[in-house]
Design a protein around this ligand. Sequence first.
Ligand code: GDP
Length: 140
Amino acid sequence: MAVQRTFSMIKPDATRRNLTGKIIAKFEDAGLRVVASKRVQWQRADAEEFYGIHKERPFFNDLVDFMISGPIVMQVLEGEDAVAKNRQVMGATNPADADAGTIRAEFAESIEANSVHGSDSPENAALEISQCFKEEEIVG
Ligand code: GDP
């Protein structure tokens, strides 16, 4: 498997609890490198655009409210098989189903406040990276 890039976000529940470093350590321990990073406060339109794919789901408004409730950390992660590896390190969406040792098993508060986002395919990774970073902000 070739070296890939994927998009990751540390969500407001985790920045609020000062867990940024502990979460990044999980990525690094799994062999992923942070090649771009920025901490931002999203406005409603940013979250609505990013999660537009979920706009028909019943939890959409709650998810948008949650994602603008505090700062997030956007990152590009690079490594072998980075998309799948990041999803592995994150664990299942619902922390109750997440494998032991994963970020969501250790840190998530709920199915919504689940500490991290990660792209679910190489195509979405490319899209999400280009939505949030300029090429010159990514330094491998
Ligand atoms: P992911 O790829 O594992 O993040 O999961 P999804 O793409 O299915 O969902 C996107 C995000 O929406 C999740 O990470 C959660 O923050 C939130 N979410 C997913 N399912 C639910 C749900 O049933 N209820 C609520 N309140 N939020 C949810």
